[in-house]
Design a binder for this molecule. Structure first.
Ligand code: GAR
Length: 191
């Protein structure tokens, strides 16, 4: 059984969707959810799902050694960033090379970088009058929203769409694709 850790900072709707996807799998499971904010709603979701959670402060997260040791103790194989807003220090990448993926709610390299998260991304897409947006699932490499892209999916953006409309379309793509893509990436690591 592969053990997945999900890192999240806010609502955690993707974390819940991924946990449910793997709930009946005999291949992989979400074993722990890590939050960097004690008020993040993802912690309520973890409780309801019966999944262990770990809450860290920003400085505990940046220190890295303690959390990495906790992940290793739980035999975590793979880390998924699902709405996680802190830049991940190199120590995690060294501990989990090629095994940390992020989802970005736009078509990178557009609308990425520091400060580009959640609604800011969709506001940027609408302000740019883009005719499409989407999701990017990529490996992390120590810079915001960089690293090898595994998967992108697109949705149309209409001239009348508000940032909230775009967010809804992008969330739908995330729920549809992210769990499958995680599973596919896990299988490539077996080879
Ligand atoms: C998701 O749309 C995710 O793509 C985005 O935050 C949202 C979290 O929603 N991530 C970023 O913007 C990272 N740069 P959720 O907490 O309901 O899963």
């Amino acid at each position: 059984m592969k053990n997945i850790a999900i890192f999240a900072s806010g609502s955690g709707s993707n974390a819940e969707n991924i946990a449910n996807y793997f709930a009946n799998s005999d291949y992989a499971q979400v074993s722990v959810i890590v939050a960097n904010n004690p008020n993040a709603y993802v912690l309520e979701r973890a409780k309801k799902l019966g999944i262990e959670s770990i809450t860290v402060t920003k400085s505990q997260f940046m220190e890295a050694d303690t959390l990495i040791a906790e992940l290793k103790e739980r035999n975590i194989d793979f880390i998924v960033l699902a709405g996680f807003l802190l830049l991940v220090p190199q120590k995690y990448i060294d501990a989990y090379p090629g095994r940390i993926v992020n989802i970005h709610p736009a078509l990178l390299p557009k609308h990425g970088g520091k400060g580009m998260y959640g609604s800011h991304v969709h506001e940027s897409v609408v302000a740019a009058c883009d005719t499409e947006s989407g999701i990017t699932i990529h490996l992390i490499d120590g810079n915001y929203d960089k690293g090898t892209t595994f998967f992108q999916a697109t949705c149309p953006v209409l001239p009348t769409d508000t940032p909230d409309d775009v967010a809804q379309k992008v969330h739908a793509l995330e729920y549809e694709h992210f769990p499958h893509v995680i599973e596919e990436i896990l299988h490539t690591l077996d080879k």
